[in-house]
Design a protein around this ligand. Structure first.
Ligand SMILES: [Zn+2]
Length: 458
């Protein structure tokens, strides 16, 4: 199939210019002025931006069949992603206790196959840091799964010795360690203290996970990474405290990378104070922070101390899931519906408020995650030979974010009623239309598994 996107304003991480894009065989075949070829399809992109398809490097679409199921699976989750301008997701395959990494990977492949509307890749989230698990890393890398998440909160028997050893083994085999950095032991102590003192309501939740222990854990991980000269990538960084540790490591030249999420940039701890019992809707880990952290994170995005904005989409319903924890926040499943609104939130709160440029928007949402996670230049940019994963964006459109209008099956919207400018009008995945005139036209199961290359320092 051949398609011509005429007269759009092409935006990459480095350039912005007016040109036509010729798509042939799923790839970008030609970029130039006034391409005069007859194609099967033609899109007029006059006065519209053409972005590379966004890459969401942190999703949880495979948790829909768990004891506490997420609202979205690989089908509804990737549909929501596509409608929001995302053409690749990197989902976390979660290892359960006593399950091998290979079996975890196989289970996640089955969950995604025949369901994903857009392309997908996988990280492996390691629950067991045992020799048996660490011995499997090489085979996972050969299968195209090249990044391994270690949570300092949830992993079994996570202690500093295990962390150091796990990091060394991942690095020796060419894997990239992704870390959820909060001090799990202190969270345990604080949580017990709060519950023992009848402070179990959602408004007390952030007191169980203060930013100081995110900063502490981030610094500790960086210490080990620098000893090992190993690259490390922090997921869902939420606080100034953690960013300060990342920034000083990067200033020393260490290969330390970090992502934040849209909710940490625009929502604050005040959400938990909601007097109408809605605070549980915002329970995620790490928690939302006091408002002043937001400007520090925005500065981190402009200074490149933060390289990626990912969604950490883990959508739980408010009714019968989040609201059961009104008296005990430990009963609230942690996670938010975020996959659909990453581009609109970053465009409105970042670009239109002059905090980041359009080029930086593309870098944070597409180019940097493609480079860090071994997908570039097949994904993450607009160049001849790259996959034709493209988003046509109308900057003049006006809309509103609401549960009623969203595609995610979660029963609430974090940004309910918020007016926004700009809209995704068309999305292509390897040259095939997935979204047309803002409506889904993509096919369930059309998404392909992407084998990723190993990490190369950026
Ligand atoms: Zn997550």
């Amino acid at each position: 199939m051949t398609t011509l996107i005429k007269n759009g304003t092409i935006v990459t991480a480095t350039d912005m210019y007016n040109a036509d894009i010729l798509i042939r065989g799923g790839m970008i075949a030609e970029i130039g002025k006034d391409i005069a070829k007859i194609t099967e399809e033609m899109i007029d992109a006059t006065d519209r931006y053409v972005f590379p398809g966004a890459i969401d490097a942190h999703t949880h679409l495979g948790l829909a069949d768990q004891t506490i199921p997420t609202a979205d699976d690989f089908e509804s989750g990737t549909i929501a992603a596509a409608l929001g301008g995302t053409t690749t997701v990197i989902d976390y395959a979660h290892q359960a206790a006593d399950v091998s990494l290979q079996d975890t990977l196989a289970a996640w492949m089955r969950k995604a196959e025949g369901k994903a509307v857009i392309d997908y890749a996988l990280h492996l989230s390691m629950y067991d840091w045992t020799d048996a698990a660490l011995d499997e890393i090489g085979s996972l890398i050969n299968a195209g799964v090249t990044s391994f998440k270690c949570s300092l909160v949830n992993a079994r028997d996570a202690n500093d010795g295990m962390l150091y050893r796990t990091m060394r083994r991942i690095n020796e085999q060419g894997g990239l360690m992704c870390v959820h950095a909060e001090n799990g032991q202190v969270i345990g102590a604080l949580t017990r203290y709060l519950l023992n003192n009848r402070r179990g309501e959602p408004r007390f939740y952030p007191l169980s996970r203060p930013p100081e222990i995110e900063g502490e854990a981030t610094g500790r991980v960086i210490t080990f990474a620098e000893m090992l000269k190993a690259p490390v990538y922090f997921v869902c960084l939420s606080s100034a405290h953690a960013l300060e540790r990342v920034k000083s490591a990067r200033d020393r030249g260490s290969p330390v990378y970090a992502e934040t999420c849209p909710h940490y940039l625009v929502l604050s701890q005040e959400c938990y104070e909601d007097g109408n019992g809605q605070g549980a809707k915002y329970v995620c880990s790490p928690p939302l922070r006091p408002k002043w952290h937001q400007e520090v994170l925005w500065r981190g995005l402009t200074s490149n101390d933060l390289q990626v904005v990912a969604s950490d989409h883990a959508p739980y319903n408010f009714k019968n899931q989040k609201d059961i924890g009104q008296e005990d926040f430990t009963k609230i499943p942690e996670g938010l519906p975020t996959i659909e609104h990453r581009l609109p939130v970053l465009y409105n709160s970042g670009v239109l408020k002059n905090r980041i440029s359009l080029n930086r928007l593309v870098d944070l949402l597409a180019t940097a995650p493609a480079k860090i996670f071994g997908l570039f230049p097949k994904k993450g940019t607009i160049a001849v030979g790259s996959d034709a994963d493209l988003v046509v964006f109308d900057p003049t459109a006006e809309g509103v974010l609401s549960c009623e209008l969203q595609s995610s099956k979660a029963d609430y919207n974090l940004y309910e009623g918020q007016k926004i400018r700009g809209a995704v009008t068309s999305v292509f995945s390897r040259g095939v239309p997935v979204v047309k005139a803002g409506k889904l036209v993509g096919r369930t199961g059309a998404g392909e598994f992407l084998k990723r290359r190993t990490f190369v320092a950026q």
